[in-house]
Design a protein around this ligand. Structure first.
Ligand code: FES
Length: 137
């Protein structure tokens, strides 16, 4: 069963923008589209292992929301995490995200709680940075 971790107030995000939150030892990029659709993926771009995706450009491709890395413009589905250029081994981890009473929550599986060293911290153990992100492209 998922543990829902409160990570930020929804109003800390620009409309149709992104931001990075730190959950335990894990950087998570969170994006919204008009504050109605929310996505959470790993912040690390699989191309060069850079922690930059929260600063990527969001948009849509064939009806599916995506993020484009600001460094070398690789694009990933925000729904499946798949690379949209066909590199099947470059896949983002995706996470459940929800907003309740103005608070953004990320859903963490028990295994991830352990991997992210959250078990040893008192929850929520959150710090966040780089709020703001980029407008959709
Ligand atoms: S680091 Fe993201 S596309 Fe190169």
């Amino acid at each position: 069963m998922k543990t829902w971790i409160p990570v930020a107030q929804a109003n800390e995000f620009m409309p149709s923008g992104g931001g990075c939150v730190l959950i335990g030892n894990k950087q998570i990029a969170i994006f919204n589209f008009n504050k109605t659709e929310w996505y959470a993926v790993q912040n690390r771009c699989p191309h060069r292992q850079q922690m930059v995706l929260s600063r990527g450009i969001i948009g849509s491709q064939q009806g599916e929301h995506k993020v484009t890395c600001p460094l070398h413009k690789n694009s990933y589905s925000l729904v499946t995490g798949e690379h949209l250029g066909g590199h099947t081994h470059w896949k983002l981890e995706t996470y459940a995200v929800k907003v309740e009473a103005g608070m953004v929550y990320v859903g963490i599986e028990p295994m991830e709680l352990k991997e992210w060293q959250l078990e040893t911290q008192s929850l929520p153990g959150i710090s966040h940075h780089n709020m703001g992100g980029s407008p959709p492209g």
